[in-house]
Design a binder for this molecule. Sequence first.
Ligand code: LMR
Length: 394
Amino acid sequence: MFSQLQQPPADPILGLSIKFKSDNKPNKIDLGPGIYKDEHGETPVLACVKAAEQFRTANETSKTYLGSAGSALFNEKMTQLLMGEDHKVINENRIRTISAPGGTGALRIAGELINKCSNTIWVSNPTWANHQGVFTAAGLKVKTYPYYDYQNKNLDFDGMMEALKQVPKDDAVLLHACCHNPSGMDLSREQWQQVAELSKEIGFTPIIDIAYQGFGNGLEEDSYGLRLMADTVEQMIVCSSCSKNFALYRERIGACSVIAKDAASTDIVHAVLLRVVRVNYSMPPAHGAALVETILSSDELTQEWHGELQVMRERISGMRHLLVDTLKAKGVSRDFSFITRQNGMFSFLGIEPAQIERLQDEFGIYIVNSSRISVAAISPSNVDYLCQSIATVL
Ligand code: LMR
């Protein structure tokens, strides 16, 4: 049986980190995966998470099954975090959230849910390198709409709208709520309004991927688009992740929220989603959810979390400016100022494949082959070496 299998290609993001680990260059830098690093290059456990862990250890009384939806308290807190406490879909009882094994797990079960009523999902070009694989594995056909104008380092909003106007009513359209991965270019509020109105007019179902809430402009600001969309359309899905904003990466915790036209329809969608979970992994892991619900149930821990998130957000934004300034100081004449106009962890450097290869081979600087960099891995102590290396390959 196994003799029929062939070696699959390395994952474009995770494969890079494996290569990075075995690189012996002393100044190597991993700008591959979207992992927040502090100025010492570490990804520490947040203090609010440590406190929540201590609380759970002292107070947990059972590890019995929670069911396919996971913890009800976590689901309630996540709904509020995503939608705000007073959103109409909450008041109209039209939203159900379930815990999922990370944002990827949420996307996969959303894909399987969509596959029960439609067969196509549209994703931005470019999008997260794993979207295509996840949705294809869920049985969907994946099509793309224009999003990033590589030439002008800007959003191709006209191209996006033109393409979305052609999307059939029963198809799904994936949108990044904030901190677009990989381009860092987000829709403005006016653009969200236009996309929401188009979605309502045509009837396609928006699938909102929100993996970086709090990393763009703030928790509330970053959910503007998804809240507006939920205000406007009859039905949609939200796939969220706690990997980055709670730094719970390996705990695999995220959520999948479904919204339908009324409470009874939402109950049916929710029930179908739970069947999808049951035949996949039965129930989500509980530890990460327990930490998030503990933090969000305590005013003190929530305040602490907001502070820690703000530090991460502001450090990344500071590194965007430092990167652009240091490139200039190294004599690079190309204009990289677009990097300071983008949000979240990622930007495209816009350099050639041969230059990306040289950065890796000669300098131990690892960048995804699309030229995406994780700005979150830059620090005052590596920015000089990084910019000198970029200047050399340019
Ligand atoms: C990324 O895009 O680097 C992150 O979302 C990590 C991953 O799983 O790819």
